[in-house]
Design a protein around this ligand. Structure first.
Ligand code: GLN
Length: 499
């Protein structure tokens, strides 16, 4: 029997019934990954049978059989630390880095019974929108292997979209969960900044980074979210509010949740240049919600046009500072030339050791960001760039606060186009950066956001619909997404790997 096309909810039922051995169910996913990942490259590390069976017996011995994720396989983006498991961030510089500790999200999932199947591919240090900047080669889109899956969490999106596992964790700094979810036809959720602990998430741009979830249904995403959305004193930006039972809320969700719900469509998100089919599908989706009594109105988020520019000042500035720690001493790769011990070695100065380690250890996109960030933080430019961008960030946040005084939720496309071809934008960073035009403002404002499948273009490529909610209103957002999923009825992911 094949289990790989089942949702978490369906797997939970089979596991609870106890008719099939737990080992058989879990190992089914490992053989599935072996079978299809050679075409997709969604994983950097896949756990072997022994590692998996050890986890299974561990979970069985804890007698956690009623825990929400009991024996449910999950894949983890390779920038989330797992104790003694290689965590590369898609970079040569961390190619052999084995963290001595677990991220908080890993501990939470482990206590909820989950089985970790592997670490997923990603753009190097989460910098990218296509998973092409990974040192471990690009991940392919299961809908069309000549196309990108989106990024930076492309590996996690593809693992879920191709049936390598039912759910996965990713991280979203400017859209890295929602954008690949949209391009791979799965659900991707970025919670409110501060809702999920970042302890053990390798930092890219700390004021924007947030861990979130990929799944094939909103319900499955909610199952994982309610485990990881917890206060954590080890992350100083973690917010101390009680955990919520999202799945219980979804079980209660019906037409009455949508009747009278005020939905805003930001006019700045329906710009020229957006693929016609994307626009049409979003507007059709909104019309469908109107038939259930949702009240849709046009709104304005006037500073949207500055969001990408603001992000590309702030994110590289934070990255240049965060990435200073990779110096060949504390973590991972250290360049050694063959004359290392001789007096005329290029290593004769400390600076040379840093220089060569970083020159060889980092890829082109990471170096570009470090240079941009160092420049905008340098004295003389700080006020003109970094400080200015912080001011604009405030205005962008205010736009949302004003909008949410009129509407309950905001709907927009997740991306301006469907998945593009591998190689199409890799040499044109500006074009690449624009793929996140609709996802970035949400990170700047720290809001929760979700992307859910809403249709396909003429090539059969998935289109994602984004819902944004006020801070900490994940429940309201998930309810609308869940409702939409039921009425739009494209629940099953369908591509050449998963039919
Ligand atoms: N694509 C954006 C970037 O390259 C966002 C990445 C992310 O969310 N990690 O910065």
């Amino acid at each position: 029997m094949n289990f790989f096309s089942l949702t978490v909810k369906e797997l939970q039922k089979i596991i609870q019934e106890g008719q099939i051995s737990n080992r058989e169910i879990v190992l089914n996913f490992i053989s599935r990954i072996k079978e299809v990942d050679k075409y997709l490259n969604a994983f950097i590390t896949v756990f072997d049978e022994e590692q998996i069976l050890r986890q299974v017996s561990n979970q069985e011995s804890k007698k956690l059989s009623s825990a929400a994720m009991f024996l449910i396989p999950i894949a983890i983006k390779d920038n989330i630390c797992m104790k003694n498991i290689r965590t590369t961030c898609g970079s040569k510089i961390l190619e052999n880095y084995y963290p001595p500790y677990n991220a908080t999200v890993i501990e939470l999932l482990e206590s909820a019974g989950a089985i970790f199947v592997g670490k997923t591919n990603m753009d190097e240090f989460a910098m990218g929108s296509s998973t092409e900047t990974s040192y471990f080669g690009p991940t392919k889109n299961p809908y069309d292997l000549t196309r990108i899956p989106g990024g930076s969490s492309g590996g996690s999106a593809v693992a879920v979209a191709s049936g390598e596992c039912p759910v996965a964790l990713g991280s979203d700094t400017g859209g890295s969960i929602r954008q690949p979810a949209a391009l791979c036809g799965v659900v991707g959720v970025k919670p409110t900044y501060g809702r999920v602990s970042r302890y053990g998430l390798v930092a890219f741009a700390s004021s924007l980074d947030q861990i979130g979830v990929f799944a094939r249904t909103v319900y499955d995403a909610a199952t994982v979210l309610e485990i990881i959305c917890r206060y954590d004193p080890r992350d100083s930006t973690s917010v101390n509010i009680p955990p919520e039972k999202y799945t219980v809320e979804l079980d209660k969700c019906d037409d009455t949740d949508v009747k009278g719900l005020k939905i805003g469509l930001p006019k700045e998100y329906f710009i020229s240049g957006i693929q016609e089919e994307v626009k049409t599908e979003i507007l059709n989706s909104v019309k469908l919600l109107e038939t259930y009594g949702a009240k849709v109105e046009e709104i304005s988020l006037p500073h949207t046009e500055y969001a990408v520019a603001t992000y590309y000042i702030l994110a590289p500035a934070e990255a240049s500072s965060n990435l200073a720690r990779y110096d060949g001493v504390k973590y991972g790769f250290k360049y050694k030339d063959k004359n290392y011990d001789s007096e005329d070695s290029e290593y004769s100065t400390l600076v040379n050791m840093y220089r060569y380690t970083r020159e060889i250890g980092f890829g082109a996109e990471v170096k570009r960001r470090i240079m941009l960030g160092t420049y905008s933080l340098s004295s003389g430019y700080y006020e003109a760039y970094y400080a200015k961008a912080q001011n604009v960030r405030y205005l962008i946040t205010q736009d949302f606060i004003n909008a949410f005084s009129k509407v309950d939720l905001i709907i927009s496309p997740t991306t301006p186009t469907t998945a593009f071809k591998l190689g199409e934008k890799i040499n044109n960073p500006l074009q690449m950066y624009l793929s996140d035009i609709f996802t970035i403002p949400c990170n700047l404002a720290g809001l929760p956001g979700i992307s859910i499948p809403c249709g396909y273009d003429k090539n059969g490529l998935p289109i994602g619909l984004q819902i944004l909610a006020p801070h900490f209103e994940e429940t309201k957002m998930l309810k609308l997404a869940h409702f939409f999923e039921q009425v739009r009825k494209i629940r099953k992911v369908k591509n050449q790997f998963l039919v």
